[in-house]
Design a protein around this ligand. Structure first.
Ligand code: IPE
Ligand code: IPE
Ligand code: MG
Ligand code: MG
Ligand code: MG
Length: 297
């Protein structure tokens, strides 16, 4: 399977599975379900679910349905983080995944609640994994990873640094900590959950974590570069948001070329850490690392 085939296959499977988790709702609750569905089914790249599924596969999981609840759960949390990230009190961005941001389409109040509900739904989804194909112990381990990665020491913590340092000069170390929190933790979580679903051994888990740590850094560095050099139509979100909010990014700290050089170095490290443990079976994931470096959206 090539990297593009992998993303296409998992993307389609995850999207159809996600559909099944969003109810229609009643007279009033349908508003929040509509907003959840609008953001969730709106063409994200589905990178985090693909990592869950591919790490499960290369670690020998035979019944991929065991990993699907966790692939869906992490996409729900990711989508909630984007809905909140776009709110006027955060980045104040009106475009997401090529369409009006959730709060533009549904109002700030419903967008806030749709994000909250997606976070809860993620844990409901993960906890409903079928014990016929995954052990209760592994389900709890995955839920623990999700909770940690999305919380105050993970995504939320990174977002706090991002917001509190707007307009301030910050060191490269602080920027690295911010990226690790807001983006890295969730990407590491995805890789680790895939390994857990397949009962991977410590060495396989460590290599996956190292890879995810590096591609997580690349992911946010490239996101910061695209905020300057990207094309809004291809990116599906506004260009210049970071400058408008006076954010320090790798692009402001090292320049676009310097930031890209760092991202290229980290991509090589990511691939090396997988190749020595997984060999050829990691080809699609190595291709994914290259793709994330060179992406335009
Ligand atoms: C955007 O994530 C937010 C960051 C962590 C940089 P993605 O680029 O994965 O967004 P979607 O899911 O494809 O829309
Ligand atoms: C946010 O980073 C990462 C999240 C946790 C949502 P950004 O604010 O740079 O993400 P985009 O550029 O709006 O997608
Ligand atoms: Mg932000
Ligand atoms: Mg943003
Ligand atoms: Mg950004």
């Amino acid at each position: 399977m090539t990297t593009s085939e992998m993303l296409k296959k998992y993307g389609a499977e995850v999207s159809s599975s996600l559909e099944t988790y969003i109810a229609d709702g009643s007279e009033y609750s349908h508003s929040v379900f509509d907003a959840m569905r609008y953001s969730l089914m709106n063409g994200g790249k589905r990178i985090r679910p693909a990592l869950v599924l591919e790490f499960a596969r290369i670690n020998g999981l035979s019944d991929m349905s065991a990993a699907m609840p966790f692939a869906c759960a992490i996409e729900m949390i990711h989508t909630y983080s984007l809905i909140h990230d776009d709110l006027p009190c955060m980045d104040n961005d009106d475009l997401r995944r090529g369409k009006p941001s959730c709060h533009v389409a549904f109002g700030e109040d419903i967008a806030l609640l749709a994000g909250d509900a997606l976070l809860s739904l993620a844990f409901e989804t993960a906890s409903k994994a079928d014990f016929k194909n995954i052990s209760p112990e592994n389900v709890v381990k995955c839920i623990n990873e999700l909770a940690f990665a999305s919380g105050a020491e993970g995504m939320v913590g990174g977002q706090v640094i991002d917001l509190l340092t707007e307009g301030k000069e910050i060191s490269e170390d602080t920027l690295k900590e911010m990226h690790f929190g807001k983006t890295g933790r969730m990407i590491i979580c995805a890789a680790k959950m895939g390994c857990i679903c397949a009962n991977a051994d410590a060495k396989a888990l460590e290599a996956a974590t190292e890879y995810a740590h590096n591609i997580g850094r690349v992911f946010q560095i490239v996101d910061d570069i695209l905020d300057i050099t990207g094309d809004e139509k291809i990116l599906g979100k506004p260009i210049g948001s970071d400058a408008a909010n006076s954010k320090t990014t790798y692009a402001t700290l090292l320049g676009v070329d310097g930031a890209f050089a760092l991202a290229s170095e980290l991509t090589e490290k990511a691939k090396e850490s997988l190749q020595c443990v997984y060999g050829d079976s990691a080809d699609a994931l190595c291709g994914l690392a290259d793709m994330l470096l060179n992406r335009k959206n």
